[in-house]
Design a protein around this ligand. Sequence first.
Ligand SMILES: Cc1cc2nc3c(=O)[nH]c(=O)nc-3n(C[C@H](O)[C@H](O)[C@H](O)COP(=O)(O)OP(=O)(O)OC[C@H]3O[C@@H](n4cnc5c(N)ncnc54)[C@H](O)[C@@H]3O)c2cc1C
Length: 477
Amino acid sequence: MTTETAGGPTGPAARPAPHRVVIVGGGVTGLVAARQILRDRPETTVTVLEASERLGGQVLAIDVDGVAVDVGAEAIHLGAPAAADLARALGLDATVIAARRGQSVLLTRRGLRPLPAGVGPTGPTRVGPVLRSGILSWHAIVRAGLEPLTRRRQAADVAVGDFVQGRFGREVTDTFVDPLLGNLHSGDIHRLSLQATAKQLVPVAESGTSLLLRALRKPTPPPRRPDEPAPLPMFASWPGGLGALVDALASSLEGHATVRTAVRVEAIGRTGDTWRVDTGEGPVEADAVVVAVGPRPAAVLLGPHSPATARALEAVDTASVATVVLAYEREAAEQNPVLRDANGLLLNSSQSGVLKAMTNMSRKWPLGHPSWHIVRVSVGRAGSRVAVDLSDAQMIAAASGELATLIGLNATPVFATVVRWPDAMPQLTVGHPGRMAAARAELAGIPGLHLAGSAADGLGLTSTIASGVQVARTLVG
Ligand SMILES: Cc1cc2nc3c(=O)[nH]c(=O)nc-3n(C[C@H](O)[C@H](O)[C@H](O)COP(=O)(O)OP(=O)(O)OC[C@H]3O[C@@H](n4cnc5c(N)ncnc54)[C@H](O)[C@@H]3O)c2cc1C
């Protein structure tokens, strides 16, 4: 029996046969998959191959005058059980920090307004706060109130924007779903698949349940059982940023797996039952390979073995995005009500110029800079080349200028930098779930070849964590 050491992959030996597994991609998906395989079958020889010089993929912090600022993912949703379980198992529950209470502001027909309580990426889940906010017109409220009458059973693979619009009308969709869900995915809500981007609504669509009646009847959650762990904050990070998650995952592999950075996988070949993973540093042999990279490199690696996977991945468009970090002298910045009181600013896609959203980092997280107030501006969405084509200087000028105009900020940045994420955001559009099911069915018939990550299983850390756990369980059997 193997015993658990702090942060180490553990668990009783489930299968006697040693197994060589190569994981392509050292982002969160690949690291979680590696850890889970070793927990479920500790005798497995696991090698993680990462093309860049660092682990973490789209989790990255930069140093801004001595303060770590996340420029990729900046918050993890620990309301999702797989993410909360992982945080606890890695011992990260002790140091977790919650995003400071406070809403983002929306640019509405009435100007900037706080996002009403209970509004999530797919729209309001509570009625009262939206009614009281005055954000929606009376016409829109009446239209939304007809939802119990207009609801119908639908196939789940519809566009998420079309689904919400069909239920609640256009104003609700434009006011809430476009700025929230559209920005999360950097995409067009009238193309993104409900099934791929809002799985929790699949049973609602298929059964024709009324969301409005459900919201009005929402039962009070049962009290916590004595044996249940204390809940973790819904939106969380750690001191120094989300890199703590990557570091903890990497430490959990130390001494148990081989983790190589600056090794790009160029091709995957097969001789009999053995897979050969070709890299610039020479081949690595494996009995199983997990591909946990973006859709384009994954299509190149898996396509020669699985035409259905090639079709599914090649159909996934990607959005290139960028993060502009801006710092202002605190005194000047905090005279501005938005920077003082709101966690961010969200725009509808038709309202955005270069800036599509702003995260008010110094308010949302305890960054601890002695005199600067730091924000990050998100740039770029599907179908736009702005995050690729603008120079750093152009992007900074546009982002800071638009922010100043939108929130009435009377200060100029004392620091600015740009981090680009080309082709980072897979667009899981209508049709993707079906194509991916066909890909998975074909892969299931090819022993030892596996796909994981956001192009397959959805964007965001909670989806990628669940994807990494799931692929490990499939592989270990
Ligand atoms: C700007 C931005 C903000 C975001 N904000 C949030 C947020 O606040 N909350 C949230 O939950 N999510 C957020 N996300 C999304 C989230 O970060 C990602 O969904 C998640 O990190 C993806 O993890 P992954 O491991 O699947 O992929 P990646 O992080 O892309 O990792 C894939 C890895 O594979 C490597 N690789 C690629 N090709 C090869 C090859 N041929 N050989 C070897 N290695 C290769 C890459 O270098 C990379 O390290 C954000 C993303 C971005 C870009």
